[in-house]
Design a protein around this ligand. Sequence first.
Ligand code: F0G
Length: 460
Amino acid sequence: MSEPSFRTIIEPFRIHSVEPLRMTTRRHRQEAVARSGYNLFKVHAADVLIDLLTDSGTGSMSRDQWAAIQHGDESYAGSPSYYLFRDAVRELFPFEHVIPTHQGRAAERIIFSVLGGPGKVVPNNTHFDTTRANVEFTGAQAVDLVIPEGRDPQAYHPFKGNMDVSALAALLNERSADVPVVFMTITNNSGGGQPVSLENLHAVREVCDAHGKLLFLDACRFAENAWFIREREPGQAGREVVDIVREMASLADGLTMSAKKDPMGNIGGWLAMDDDELAEQCRNLLILTEGFPTYGGLAGRDLEALAQGLREAVDHDYLRYRIRSTGYLGEALQRAGVPVMSPIGGHAVYLDARALLPHIPPLQYPGQALAVALYEMGGVRSCEIGTVMFGRQPDGSETPAALDLVRLAIPRRTYTQSHIDYVIEVCEQVAQSSGELTGYRIVEEPATLRHFTARFEPLT
Ligand code: F0G
């Protein structure tokens, strides 16, 4: 008998421990956001109803992860929790050296401290902000070489996160001696959570081999990327996600990981690689700022939770639900005529604020206006990814960012379909009254990374 099929893809879990949500009024939220200088990073989380600021460290751990925490061994050196963690990492990413860090950017700081430096250039499909900042902090240059479709919010491509292989080859032909490593971010967060194909990874590997270059993965959404490969890449449909992940790992020389995403941690990260000498240099830096190599900035209990989280991250029922639920939000918004980046990525839906609010010029921050409106209307917290984040130039001038987007990032296993239905309604209501929204001006900002702390005022 064939399996019956159903349209509804349910959450493959039920709720075991509940966290209350605090209901607020529109008046309360208007006051809260005004007090915060119209900066959602400054709003107290207790004043947020549905928090889509980030999918990083905000997921729900499972019963088995909480149980694993009780097994945490807090020995300073050689904790059994480390070996359990190392072996769980190697099940998926069979690298010789596995070096725990407190989160992804710590791994980035260490690897670029060793490989970066003035005059160097690091290509990536698209650097995430902390990755770019850590490359540039060493004096090196970070270049983004995503395929042209990856820069167009409306263009369809099944693997919009792919590297432009000919641009990479051209860079290496010209400046091979300056390139210490090539990075691939899977999925491509800054490009809309878009996946990279196995074919593209193979092609990048070939170019790296031709020039004798290291290839590293920025791998925090590896399982979502593997699911997209299974769903979209010819010949991959029948494969286990675990096998696809191992194939991705086999094409790389190492990786940096933020364990706050697909590995289901509230904190954590690691560096992995095969090269003994490089690992030795990384461990020496690790000891300076993170800790001894068998805990590296984490408690034994965190390592236990991650080991279990990694097993859950590659479960097919979970991934089917995860990718479908992000698509569910995005497709409902498309049907309602709200402009979103397409195709819908793995961990987030990106609203195109510039398209929705054509009457607000980029230098009056349409993304900020939309993010504040979503909060005021329904207590939904999102994140501006546009001119507020990228507009201030190193020379002090201000220019519009390439796009003005608002990211609705979905924490893992945290909100149910009715929460998402509510988010859809909030977006629809804001879109219906979008003509009434006004822009903002910045009244106070720091010299760098202004989006975290700037204060705004609405223009009337
Ligand atoms: N790489 C990518 C692709 C990321 O998305 C992030 C974090 C990092 C590295 C850094 O990891 O936060 O553990 O230090 N992204 C979060 C976000 C903050 O909201 O997208 P971290």
